[in-house]
Each structure stands twice: as structure tokens, then as C-alpha cells.
Write a protein that binds this ligand. Sequence first.
Ligand code: FE
Ligand code: FE
Length: 179
Amino acid sequence: MKLDTLKKLYLEELRDLYSAETQLVKALPKMAKGASSAELKQAFESHLEQTKEHVERLDEIFARLDEKTTGKICKAMKGLIEEGSEMLAQEGDESVIDAGLIGAAQRVEHYEIAAYRTVRTFANLLGEDEAVELLQQTLDEEGETDKALSQLAEGIVNEEALTQDEEEKDVATVGSRRR
Ligand code: FE
Ligand code: FE
């Protein structure tokens, strides 16, 4: 497609996001399954439900424009998910792996935030007010997820991972949770 209008670029980037979100719908259950902390599992599961809504919002935007959602694969998300899979395949301490999963998930959120900011700006410039609203709702949820993941990392996982570093040989503490 010849990108000779902002509208075309807007559609191109929306399709990229559509691909990103649908890839995530498939990846998040694996992240939830692979997480050891109950809170982290829960965080992935609830973000899965949100992510399904993100797909629906994009569907709605495409439907209003009478355009197809397909035609693009988000390679960046493919790579980010691959990195998450690498972390899932790692052997090691549960809490350290959880910290790695949070890191992978936050990379995903930051990518989405950057992409949604761009399309929201384009929608604004194009006078697509309803789309601006829908994109902003998703953007807010991505931001909240990022914050929640930071809190999980600080409050539970990182602290525990650090402690275990000092007590490497104390096998009894491995995988257990402390506050
Ligand atoms: Fe999303
Ligand atoms: Fe997200």
C-alpha cells in the first residue's frame, strides 16, 4: 500500500496493533501458567480479559471505517513474545523466573503504550473522535497494567529474589514466599 495519506498510515498502524493484541491473547495464558506467584498469575489472567477487550475495541474502529483488520503481522510483538517464551523455558528459582516474566510483560506493555499513543494522536488529527476515546481507554488500561506489574515486582518478586541470592545454599527457602 502506498502511504500517501495519514489515514493510510493510521490504518496500517492499527492493523499492526491488531496483530499485536491477537498474538497476546494467545501468549498471556502461557505466561499465567508459567508464573509461580499467585498474584502474578492473577495479573496475567486479568490482563488477558482486558486484552480481549482491546481486540474488540480495534474491531469496532475497523468496523466504523469499513476496513479489514488483517494484512499485517506485528514483528515486534512476535519478538517480545519469543523473549517471554525464552523466560518460560528457563530453569531456576521460581521468584527469579517470575521477575523475568514481569520484565518481559512490561516490555510488551511499553511497546503497546507507544503504539497506542501514536494511533491515538493520528485519530485525533483525523477527527476520529470515537476512535480517540476507544484508544484512550485501552491506553489507560495498558498503563495501569504496567503499574501493577511494577508493584508486583517491587513488593514480592524482586525482594524475594534478592534475599535468595544471599542464602543460595538454604534450599528450604527456594520457591517459598515471604513478606
Ligand atoms: Fe493491549
Ligand atoms: Fe497489554
